[in-house]
Design a protein. Structure first.
Length: 242
């Protein structure tokens, strides 16, 4: 119900830029340039958790980009999913590489907890992933969202935890749903998330998918991941984003 209410109010209330608050536009040109203005980069947290796939990010998590992600995630400005999905699609393209077989790109979102989804009224990463898949298809790249990951146990709120604490908090926390491995066999897996900080979430997601693959399935091991933004304190490669 909350999600429907947000959709309706977004149609009838005055619109302001999600990045800077400028009236009468959901995204102004200046804020759009911070999100889309530079090519995606290969990024790596320092320290890097074991098992983290190669990650590409569309932008740095600061200023307007930070405001846009928070507006979508925490304030339910759902209309921003399209522009955030466009940014994520660029990061997916940058890291996907040449196709080893004709299957589609399968964007696997890192899941939010049920209580977080209930509190927000939506699953922000899944919504952005759906928008990214649609953007990729419009550009001629077969793509779909494979939301096959679930939390198998409760985890603590990640905010305020250091890199080591996050790894401990998430260790063994994710699983692939029944039948998910068969679905992942049909394409190239790319893990996706809205934000990279320590890399613990993506590393745990990769572990869960690789475990589901098992020794008899070697085709869909996770080698690539993409995010909308990377924390400025976390990334090592192309630090200046120029």
């Amino acid at each position: 119900m909350r999600g429907w209410w947000r959709e309706i109010t977004g149609l009838v209330l005055p619109v302001a830029c999600g990045g800077c608050g400028r009236p009468r536009t959901e995204l102004c040109d200046e804020c759009a340039a911070q999100l889309h203005g530079k090519p995606p980069r290969r990024v790596r947290p320092d320290p890097e958790p074991a098992g983290l796939p190669a990650v590409h990010a569309a932008a740095c998590y600061e200023n307007a980009v930070r405001a846009l992600l928070l507006a979508h995630k925490e304030r339910g400005v759902l209309g921003l999913a399209g522009t955030l999905g466009k940014a994520l699609a660029g990061a997916v393209r940058a890291g996907a590489g040449p196709p080893p077989h004709p299957g589609p790109l399968l964007l696997v979102p890192v899941p939010s907890s049920r209580r977080a989804v209930a509190a927000r009224g939506h699953d922000p990463t899944r919504r952005i992933a759906l928008a990214a898949a649609a953007e990729l298809r419009r550009a001629g790249t077969p793509a779909a969202v494979a939301a096959v990951l679930r939390q198998r146990r409760r985890v603590a709120d990640q905010s305020g935890l250091g890199a080591g604490e996050r790894r401990v908090n998430l260790a063994g926390a994710l699983r692939v749903v029944a039948g998910g491995a068969r679905l992942l066999d049909t394409g190239r897996v790319v893990l996706v998330d809205d934000l990279l900080t320590t890399g613990a979430s993506l590393a745990e997601a990769a572990r869960a998918i690789d475990r589901a693959a098992g020794p008899e399935r070697t085709g869909f091991g996770v080698r690539r991941a993409a995010v909308v933004a990377v924390s400025p304190s976390a990334f090592e490669i192309n630090r200046n984003w120029n």
